[in-house]
Design a binder for this molecule. Structure first.
Ligand code: BG6
Length: 301
């Protein structure tokens, strides 16, 4: 896609000092959004949120310093959107991991600035899917509402004449003080498929702590999840909807070092907590049907 005209985007969609478009890293188009003290940065490629500060100086999301900003390359950190599949594509091994949304350019549908929130709606053009068997089959809209909290929602739509199965995730990378000092109690008692043990089913018998590499697909998670981080004196609360699963991932030292775009010691400062519909729990949409996958993020500091 030819790079969008920043002046034209600002003329059509900027909202005073609350929402502006500019050229970001490597000339990619970014959007800066504010609401009172809260600020958010987003790239149109991937509709990728790369920074969210609920208050000055408080980064809720982790972004790799080694992330590669380049057309067609997924950014490491922030909130990538996995869509219309999560993980490897089961039918076509040549298709990109985690779907094509995170490397595709989104169009701006609308923006708003009200007393309640600053918001933007973005969409993928279904005709531009780089994967031939997905062309014109599925639509994706992504809405961001920034207020005292961050509200995000992916809306998938079946545009075809037959049932369509898709999987997805809001692949958030959360910034933490140190991986050994955080806990996620809400997964206690859940069953998970362990990606590190050939997807064996296991029971989580106590709060999740991160002492080693973790890659788990939890089943039937509760709506409310809290990430406890006493050293940072920030607990992140999330309410999730439309998800059959919660994926929790930390690559550990070895895998972090093997990824060129992941800071070698970055695994100490992040954890991915991802509302998802994955593996056997993908969603099937009838023709014309929609699906909403969303998350509301708040902090108690
Ligand atoms: C997680 C998966 O969601 O994403 C992991 O559960 C995967 O298995 C990780 O390694 C990162 O994926 P990618 O494609 O961004 O390197």
């Amino acid at each position: 896609m030819t790079s969008p005209d920043i002046a034209a985007l600002n003329a059509d969609y900027a909202r005073d000092n609350r929402l502006q478009f500019s050229k970001g890293e490597a000339g990619l188009t970014k959007v800066d959004i504010t609401f009172n003290e809260a600020t958010l940065e987003l790239y149109l490629q991937g509709a990728h949120i790369t920074r969210y500060q609920p208050a000055a100086g408080v980064d809720l999301l982790w972004m790799s310093n080694s992330a590669v900003y380049q057309p067609g390359k997924a950014l490491r950190g922030g909130i990538p959107l996995c869509w219309p599949w999560f993980g490897a594509n089961s039918k076509n091994p040549d298709y990109p991991q985690h779907g094509y949304a995170r490397t595709s350019d989104f169009n701006v549908v609308s923006t708003r600035a009200t007393d309640q929130a600053t918001s933007i709606i973005l969409a993928l053009d279904p005709a531009q899917s780089p994967c031939p068997d997905w062309k014109n089959k599925a639509g994706l809209e992504f809405e961001i509402r920034l207020s005292d909290a961050l509200w995000i929602e992916m809306r998938s739509h079946n545009l075809s004449n037959s049932p369509l199965t898709l999987s997805n995730a809001l692949h958030g990378y959360f910034a933490i003080s140190s991986r050994r000092h955080v806990a996620i109690p809400a997964v206690t008692g859940l069953t998970y498929l362990d990606k590190l043990q050939n997807y064996q089913s296991q029971l989580q018998s106590s709060a999740l702590t991160l002492n080693a590499e973790v890659d788990r697909v939890y089943q039937a998670p509760p709506e409310g999840i809290v990430l406890l981080d006493p050293d940072r004196q920030i607990n992140t609360s999330m309410r999730c909807w439309g998800n059959n699963n919660l994926v929790i991932w930390n690559p550990g030292a070895q895998k972090a070092q093997a990824m060129a775009d992941f800071d070698d010691d970055g695994f100490e400062q992040m954890v991915c907590i991802e509302p998802a519909n994955a593996l056997e729990q993908s969603v099937t949409l009838q023709p014309g049907e929609d699906h909403r996958l969303g998350q509301l993020l708040t902090i108690d500091a």
